[in-house]
Design a protein around this ligand. Structure first.
Ligand SMILES: [Zn+2]
Length: 60
């Protein structure tokens, strides 16, 4: 069965089931040290700095 675009049902805030493909990257990676972290919705990876070395993150 296929689900259409699920509009109408609110409250899908269960445990970690609401994964959507909104952006091109789901995680950000540091090209300098290899550190990865989950991509924050609305914040491009290139706008994030690596917490370890401070380099600009890139989309993984
Ligand atoms: Zn780094």
């Amino acid at each position: 069965m296929q689900r259409g675009s699920g509009s109408g049902r609110g409250g899908g805030m269960g445990k970690g089931g609401g994964r959507q493909h909104l952006g091109p990257a789901q995680s950000c990676r540091c090209p300098n040290c290899g550190y990865t972290q989950p991509h924050q919705p609305g914040v491009p990876c290139v706008n994030q700095a690596c917490p370890k070395c401070g380099a600009t993150m890139v989309g993984a």
